[in-house]
Write a protein that binds this ligand. Structure first.
Ligand SMILES: [Zn+2]
Length: 87
């Protein structure tokens, strides 16, 4: 997977994932919207609008959307999967 890069005006290119980790939640959301990438994996292909119970939740690629659906949109189910993967 090739990760998009951001080139700040006065320094070396920075991986988007690293940059987003240093931003506030609001800044990261704005950056994701501007870059039009999946909010989970930062890929820019096969993007779809993801809807939650209260309307638009974000933008996901079809792979990440499939994962969210497979875990029934449940944070608890995803935590269990992470715990399982970390065994
Ligand atoms: Zn994705």
């Amino acid at each position: 997977m090739s990760e998009p890069l951001i080139v700040p005006p006065t320094s070396e290119p920075v991986p988007v994932r690293k940059l987003i980790a240093e931003l506030s939640d609001e800044e990261a959301t704005t950056l994701r919207l501007l870059m039009q990438v999946c909010w989970v994996c930062f890929e820019d292909k096969d993007l779809i609008i993801d809807y939650g119970l209260d309307g638009v939740r974000g933008v996901l690629c079809t792979n990440c959307k499939s994962g969210v659906v497979a875990f029934k949109d449940s944070v608890e189910n995803l935590r269990k999967a992470i715990k399982y993967l970390n065994r």
